[in-house]
Design a binder for this molecule. Structure first.
Ligand code: NAP
Length: 458
């Protein structure tokens, strides 16, 4: 038997586990999928926006994998802490695949970023997704928000801010977060990109969705679109990748419609381009009152340069949405510049040499890019490297069932029945609130529902 630990139960971890047990070359592979949280699915549960039900429904296929008899889900197990170091984990298993994602947000590095009311989009997403470590948001007194960045996360947080309560009530958003969003007096959200419309990182489907929200008008200034050479020049436009061309068309449509704020408009989304953040502006009590941006111009090489012309956009809430970054795991090498664990075809590299038995997949391997499906080939590559090494790895005798060792170390793993109990508790909670299944957003609630409180399992 080849015992493998996969650390992280998001898409990359689940796809890695699936590839490892479903292949035929190496028989007898058994996988434990460990997660720090008592709930599986990583960013599908705690990152995909609650109103994106179609993407969320992917949990159905992830669940089928985790229910495979050759795979065991062990939640509430933190790897890299004192109870379970990465070195110890490698003693307990023949191989470990780290699929821990990119847990932190990136900073802007501009003055005023520390002001009250300035947050990372990641923190905001975690909060409305019910992540048990998330701090609560208060939107009292927030009339306008600025979202900095032009990726899909920026689009997600812009949409969630602008959406009215009825659409969110139908989701699994935690009840307290729903109450805060539903009760907010927010009227205007500006999503601000430092480069041009053809250089947005959002996908067209997500962008277009902004124009479908009831009671929400989308505004784009044609003069700002025109700053992008691809907007006016048909030859440059023709050379764009298809996705960028489609994005420009969507934006052009909004610019031409003049963002007409009809009677029923409750909120306005304004998409801004060629503005890079220079400083966050503070007001009384150290709270944010706006962001100063510098107008940019294309530098001819895909980037932008500053023009020395500034514009202030008022906001009582600022979300920076400029990407995620990986976090080092104690005991593993780390490329701080890229925020990833160095690897060759998924094999962890220590001082340039492939380490026997240690692998990576997903964002911690390739950086925070791509859609969920990108993790499939990524995990496959890693799994096939591991399987090539299987002969050498399986020679080592293991101390016994790792689950016993985890318990002996004081850990209280939440196994699959515990997770199913959380699901039942969330469905019950939803029913009691007159909603569908609603997430439990705190540790005691999750562990209590899992029936895995502080006492050791007998
Ligand atoms: P992202 O796609 O990398 O976008 C980051 C954005 O931040 C870019 O517009 C970037 O502009 C901007 N930026 C970076 N540094 C900046 C700075 N100092 N000042 C101003 N702007 C700055 O990251 P993301 O939105 O966090 O998404 C991460 C990944 O998750 C992506 O692969 C995304 O597609 C995926 N995702 C997908 C979905 C979905 O499919 N529905 C939803 C959420 C996330 P530049 O381009 O100029 O660098």
């Amino acid at each position: 038997m080849l015992r493998v630990a996969v650390v992280g139960s998001g898409p990359s971890g689940v796809y890695a586990a699936q590839t490892l047990v479903q292949q035929r070359e190496v028989p007898g592979v058994r996988v434990d999928v460990l997660d720090r949280l008592p709930a599986p699915y990583g960013l599908v549960r705690y990152g995909v926006a609650p109103d994106h039900e179609k993407i969320k429904s992917l949990t159905g296929s992830l669940r089928a994998v985790l229910e495979d008899e050759r795979i065991r889900f062990l939640g509430n197990v933190e790897v890299g802490g004192p109870a379970l170091t990465t070195e110890r984990l490698l003693e307990l298993y023949h191989a470990v695949v780290y699929c821990v994602g990119a847990a932190r947000d990136r900073l802007l590095g501009i003055p005023g970023e520390e002001l009250a009311g300035v947050h990372s989009a990641t923190a905001f997403v975690s909060w409305y997704s019910g992540h048990p470590d998330a701090a609560a948001f208060e939107l009292g007194g927030v009339r306008s928000a600025v979202v900095i960045g032009a990726g899909n996360v920026a689009v997600d947080v812009t949409r969630i801010l602008a959406r009215g309560a009825p659409a969110l009530t139908a989701t699994d958003m935690p009840h307290p977060a729903l109450g805060v969003l539903a009760g907010s007096g927010l009227r205007a959200v500006s999503m601000v990109a430092r480069r041009g419309p053809s250089q947005g990182r959002f996908t067209t489907k997500e962008l277009r969705e902004l124009g479908t929200l009831p009671g929400v008008a989308v505004r784009v200034d044609p003069a700002e679109l025109a700053l992008d050479p691809a907007y006016l020049d048909p030859d440059t436009a023709a050379a764009l990748p298809a996705a960028a061309r489609r994005n420009v068309e969507v934006l052009r449509g909004w610019a031409e419609a003049d963002g007409g704020a009809a009677e029923e408009t409750q909120r306005i989304i304004t998409l801004r381009f060629h503005l890079r953040p220079a400083m966050v502006l503070g007001g009384p009590g150290g709270r944010v009152v706006g962001v100063r941006f510098e107008r940019t111009t294309p530098d001819g090489a895909g980037g932008v340069s500053g023009t020395g012309v500034y514009e202030d956009i008022p906001a009582e809430l600022v979300l920076r949405s400029v990407g995620y970054r990986g976090v080092p795991l104690p005991g593993l090498p780390f490329d701080a510049a890229r925020g990833t664990i160095p690897h060759a075809a998924g094999r962890v590299l220590r001082a340039g040499r492939a380490s026997v038995g240690e692998y990576v997949a997903g964002w911690i391997k390739r950086g925070p890019t791509g859609v969920i499906g990108t993790n499939r080939p990524c995990a496959k590559e890693t799994a096939s490297s591991l399987l090539q090494d299987a002969g050498a790895l399986a020679r080592r005798e293991l101390p016994g069932d790792p689950l016993d060792a985890l318990r002996a170390a004081g850990l209280r793993p939440v196994e699959w029945p515990g997770w199913l109990a959380i699901e039942v508790a969330e469905a019950d909670l939803g029913r009691s609130l007159g909603r569908r299944s609603v997430k439990i957003p705190d540790w005691p609630g999750l562990l209590g529902a899992a029936g895995s409180p502080s006492s050791p399992t007998p």
